[in-house]
Design a protein around this ligand. Structure first.
Ligand SMILES: *Cc1c(COP(=O)(O)O)cnc(C)c1O
Length: 397
């Protein structure tokens, strides 16, 4: 029976390959970190992980995860509302709420699930969801699952957002503006101050996905509400434990308590999917303990980011302005982005070139992600390699 489909899929795969869009995975043989080994035997410096705070292999998180295996076991074998809630799940939810200054938190297996499960229970056909055009795929999918009216505004364009709010106002019962905190391809931060003003003017709620901003932006890493001094004014925040916050697994929605309570009653990825494993939860608790003890990691990340961007600009590279730990080195040409990434790997620098359709046509780039795990010597090595390869390829003079 499979025969016809097999041929179809083989063709499909071939066309992906011919278009140069086939994703090949490089294989890492060490823990995640600034210095990693890959299966070619090469040791390289990693500049493409979401390991913003360098916690992916932090001894305190590893120890916490190990401890939890003895105290709370390996698996939960249950969803939360049957027999999948342990004391540590409640403790982590409280830690997240304390960190963001919100009323309550609900955990998910991943932020993909948090975003997938947030719209459908809260917004129906009478409501309007007004979403940034560059929002993450999980937001797009989540919005599709609800019956609400959809409006899409151009990335971070406040005139367009206002226009869409006006259009929505005519008919909508509830309106919500939805945005990523930091957009992952350019590294730009959503203009939350202006979004907040417009939300007030047009009586709309606000939801921010803090996956690339939490832990990273704001003096103490509390995300965009800290950066724009609007703590307590965002109604719904979603985020992940898979990036800055330890790099493991887990997602959350945090915000107004009635919203969180309703999600516990009706959010499908929460109701119909297994609870987070204790090791992820205990490591999460330890991570938030670390976050409240010191800002050392944020300070280092901010220093590293500024240093890298300034040196790259000085070397002549075209760098997108960014307040996050994402540095887009603009090359514009798709092929060039791939050749340059390969040459950088040969120099021991692991980065990825992105091109259409992941970014706009003619906007190919190498995305560099800085980390508190990087030391100045790592940064200098990367800058030297970029400069060498950039000159070879005629990207800089
Ligand atoms: C990574 C990411 C997600 C998905 O998070 P996971 O916990 O890995 O599922 C959702 N939204 C944004 C903006 C992201 O960058």
């Amino acid at each position: 029976m499979y025969g016809k489909m097999k041929d179809f899929l083989a063709n499909e795969l071939k066309s992906i390959e011919e278009a140069g869009l086939f994703k090949k995975e490089r294989v890492i043989t060490s823990p995640q970190g600034a210095e990693i080994s890959i299966n070619t035997g090469q040791e390289v410096l990693n500049f493409c992980a979401n390991n913003y705070l360098g916690l992916s292999n932090h001894p305190r998180l590893v120890a916490a995860a190990k401890r939890s295996l003895d105290s709370h076991g390996f698996g939960m074998s249950s969803v939360r509302f049957i027999c999948g809630t342990q004391d540590i799940h409640k403790a982590l939810e409280q830690k997240i709420a304390d960190f963001f200054g919100t009323e309550d938190t609900i955990l998910y297996a991943a932020c993909f699930d948090a975003n997938g499960g947030v719209f459908e229970p809260l917004f129906v056909a009478e409501d309007a969801i007004i979403s940034d055009s560059l929002n993450h795929a999980s937001i797009i999918d989540g919005v599709r699952l609800s019956k609400a009216q959809r409006f899409r505004y151009e990335n971070a364009n406040m005139e367009d957002l206002e226009q869409k709010l006006k259009e929505a106002s005519a008919t909508a019962r509830f309106k919500i503006i939805v945005t990523d905190g930091v957009f992952s391809m350019d590294g730009n931060v959503a203009p939350m101050d202006k979004i907040n003003e417009l939300a007030k003017k047009y009586d709309a709620l606000i939801m921010v996905d803090e996956c690339h901003s939490a832990g990273v932006v704001g003096k103490t890493g509390r995300g965009v509400t800290e950066l724009f001094n609007i703590r307590g004014e965002v109604d719904i925040i979603t985020g992940t434990l898979g990036k800055a916050f330890g790099g493991g697994i887990g997602g959350f929605t945090t915000g107004r308590k009635e919203i969180i309570e309703l999600l516990r009653q009706r959010s499908r990825p929460y109701l119909f999917s297994n609870s987070l494993i204790p090791a992820a939860v205990e490591a999460g608790i330890e991570m938030f303990n670390m976050m409240t003890e010191t800002n050392e990691l944020q300070d280092k990340l901010h220093w590293n980011t500024n240093y890298f961007m300034e040196k790259m600009k000085a070397a002549g590279f075209d760098i997108k302005p960014s307040k996050s730990a994402i540095c887009a080195v603009m090359l514009y040409d798709a092929k060039l982005s791939q050749v340059m990434a390969e040459k950088l790997l040969a120099e021991g620098i692991y980065v990825i070139g992105f091109y259409y359709p992941v970014v706009g046509k003619g906007l190919a780039r190498i995305r560099v992600q800085l980390s508190a795990a990087h030391d100045k010597t790592h940064l200098d090595k990367a800058i030297a390699a970029f400069t060498k390869v950039g000159k070879e390829l005629g990207v800089i003079k």
